[in-house]
Ligand binder design. Structure first.
Ligand SMILES: [Zn+2]
Length: 456
């Protein structure tokens, strides 16, 4: 079996996390710097309990990153079992798989081991924390048998007093998954809606679905006391607070690296106060630089600051549908919002189907998707309907933190101009999907004629 074939096989077999994993992730979110929950401690312990798997993890850690052919060539590792071992290591977040050209590489995730070590230190110190009872509830629903092999006997007794045989929740999530990412929260929504009302509507809709979103903050729109109130509401609801630059500059043409970098760093101060601040950066307009030098220098800066790119996989032009709605409100008193809402929903579902299929064709598997929407009036009114429509179309909403764990988000497409949806860029990089790729990937020029025809 050639390396390429094995590599492709792994891409397909790298699994979506079973439902119970993301459910637990939603209850106790693990982020670097915070204490890892016990379910995750157990998962990692289980993953490393197998001698072959431990050797694979050791080899990947030592080499920096390995492709699947190199792993198969290790003594005692067969092609038939390597997928299984990588799956378990990946689910435990000990490794991430990323594609470089036609090869798939596995690399260690050092943050996981660091957090695991901190958690074990905490456990062995024997100090009780307020979360202990809750965490023990979580762990009781996981696999006691496996956990019991690794925990100190005293802790084991406290967590599993009756040596019961807990049931593992079923994995019935064969549905495509997506997370909501919302860009550009703002205090200025014109006369249509007060920001407080919009904020309340967004948060209520997301809360109704029981998930957590990622909010990409552009500092200049929220840089005062009211802005802090707006962001605090998201932070307190457990949503990720992420960096979208301070001034929303287009990283191309006039904007050089130094200006763009300074603008990114300036925004760090705006989001710094929040508990759920997360080191994810989203490029304004999804433009990542028109030259290799600009693209690579900023990517290097992100790594230096321990950031990852908050990629969009499902891009759309929701902003222009809302703009048309607002423009019409400026011209006439009563505007049929249902028609705009329905167009928005149809448009988003259409784009989601397009990018899902493209991802399947490029990567050979369903990735966890991130949908881009904006903090605007139409979305504030329609978000719950949008989320319901996605569910009716077979999609499953998940936490943004879980979506961004998909190894695909660690890819660095070598395209120029760089940017667009991550799926678009990965497809572009292969050179095999030119007939399906337009540039830009999404824009109002594609939607305007259709909306004109509908009288919207
Ligand atoms: Zn933006």
């Amino acid at each position: 079996m050639s390396i390429e074939i094995i590599g492709c096989m792994i891409v397909r077999l790298v699994p979506l996390a079973p439902e119970h994993l993301w459910r637990e992730g939603r209850q106790v979110r693990y982020t670097p710097g915070r204490l890892m929950n016990r379910a995750q401690v157990e998962r990692i312990s289980k993953a490393l309990a197998d001698a072959t798997r431990l050797r694979i993890f050791e080899a990947i850690s030592r080499s920096g990153h390995m492709n699947c052919g190199e792993i198969v060539s290790m003594r005692g590792v067969t092609p038939a079992t390597v997928s299984h071992h990588l799956k378990i290591l990946s689910e435990a977040r000990l490794i991430a798989c990323c594609r470089e050209g036609q090869f798939v590489y596995s690399q260690a995730v050092p943050e996981t081991i660091e957090a695991y070590t901190r958690a074990l230190t905490k456990i062995s110190s024997g100090k009780k924390t307020p979360r202990r009872r809750f965490l023990s509830q979580v762990i009781k629903s996981a696999s006691a048998a496996v956990c019991s092999q690794f925990l100190p006997s005293a802790l084991r007794a406290s967590l599993f007093p009756q040596s019961a045989s807990p049931k593992t929740p079923p994995n019935n999530s064969a549905r495509p998954q997506l997370a909501l990412t919302l860009d550009d929260p703002t205090l200025s929504l014109g006369s249509v809606l007060k920001w407080q009302d919009a904020n309340g509507r967004f948060l209520k809709a997301i809360s109704d679905k029981g998930v957590r979103a990622a909010l990409f903050v552009c500092g200049m729109r929220v840089d005062d006391a009211d802005g802090a109130k707006l962001l605090s509401a998201w932070d307190q609801a457990g949503h990720l607070i992420c960096n979208h630059s301070y001034s929303h500059k287009f990283y191309g043409g006039q904007t050089n690296y130094a200006d763009f970098a300074a603008d990114f760093l300036k925004n760090e101060k705006v989001i710094a106060p929040y508990r759920n601040r997360t080191a994810l950066f989203r490029y304004p307009f999804l433009k990542e630089g028109e030259t290799a030098d600009k693209r690579d220098r900023f990517r290097a800066l992100l790594k230096e600051r321990s950031y990852r790119v908050g990629h969009v996989t499902i891009d759309a032009s929701d902003w222009c549908v809302s703009q048309r709605y607002v423009d019409r409100l400026g011209k006439q008193l009563k505007v049929p919002i249902a028609a705009y809402r329905d167009y928005l929903i149809a448009h988003l579902l259409d784009r989601a189907a397009f990018y899902r299929q493209l991802a399947l064709d490029v990567l050979g598997r369903d990735i966890r998707h991130t949908l881009l929407m904006h903090f605007n009036p139409l979305n504030a009114f329609a978000l719950l309907d949008v989320m319901n429509a996605f569910e009716a179309a077979g999609w499953q909403w998940i936490d943004a933190s879980l979506a961004f764990e998909d190894p695909t988000f660690r890819s660095e497409p070598q395209t120029l101009p760089a940017g667009e949806s991550l799926v678009w860029a990965l497809a572009k990089e292969t050179g095999r999907f030119e007939d399906r790729l337009r540039y830009p990937g999404e824009d109002d020029v594609y939607e305007r004629p259709k909306m004109d025809a509908l009288g919207l």
